[in-house]
Design a protein around this ligand. Structure first.
Ligand SMILES: [Zn+2]
Length: 201
């Protein structure tokens, strides 16, 4: 077996918009905890690091729906998730949060370095926008009438009555799931990293 001087073990970062459930523990955190305990028992130099993922649209939308701030949502579920892991005896050395200053700085530094090296491709595209809530809408947050079966609660990605895969453009009378406004198309810019340009160094 190959020898390493140090071991850094992590496990998928739980998303802070709900509690962890037993399936997460069994499938992800328990196996890594067992491995870490084995390494510690062998007197290896090991750190077990994890934390909550506290960014992204689902958190923002959950906050809007519950009429609280995104910070309230992540503070609540960070505590719930941290306490669940502690109660299950998952032995992290560090259980952090992606919203901490150090992670913002590190992520920004990574992005800036890659940007300066010209590794990204900038592309503009049109996406649906909710003018009342002032947010871009993921397909799932656009509701309308299914063109195949007439269900008037079909989502922009799928109709759950007839099972058809849809795109928001196919919906009849599309509206925002957040405000009921008719979504408009707006230009937005994204930075893509072609996987062919990820040479080391
Ligand atoms: Zn349908």
């Amino acid at each position: 077996m190959e020898k390493f001087n140090r071991y850094l073990v992590t496990a998928a970062l739980p998303y802070a918009n709900g509690p962890v459930h037993i399936g997460h523990l069994a499938g992800c955190y328990l196996p890594s905890d067992i491995y870490v305990r084995y390494l510690r028992a062998r007197k290896m130099d090991v750190k077990f690091v994890c934390g909550t993922d506290e960014h992204g649209v689902p958190i923002t939308i959950k906050a809007m729906q519950e009429n609280v701030s995104p910070q309230d949502i992540v503070d609540k579920y960070y505590a719930v998730i941290r306490d669940s892991f502690a109660a299950m005896g998952i032995s992290f050395d560090i259980f952090s949060r992606t919203s901490r200053q150090i992670h913002h700085e590190t992520a920004a530094a990574f992005f800036k370095e890659m940007y300066d090296k010209g590794l990204f491709e900038e592309r503009e595209s049109e996406q649906y926008f909710d003018e009342i809530k002032q947010v871009f809408l993921a397909d799932r947050y656009i509701i309308g009438t299914c063109p195949k079966c007439g269900n008037d609660r079909a989502y922009g990605d799928q109709c759950e009555r007839c099972g058809s895969s849809l795109s928001p453009d196919e919906l009849i009378n599309p509206r925002s799931a957040l405000s009921d406004a008719v979504p408009v198309k707006r230009k937005t810019k994204h930075w893509y990293m072609p996987s062919s340009s990820t040479s080391p160094g």
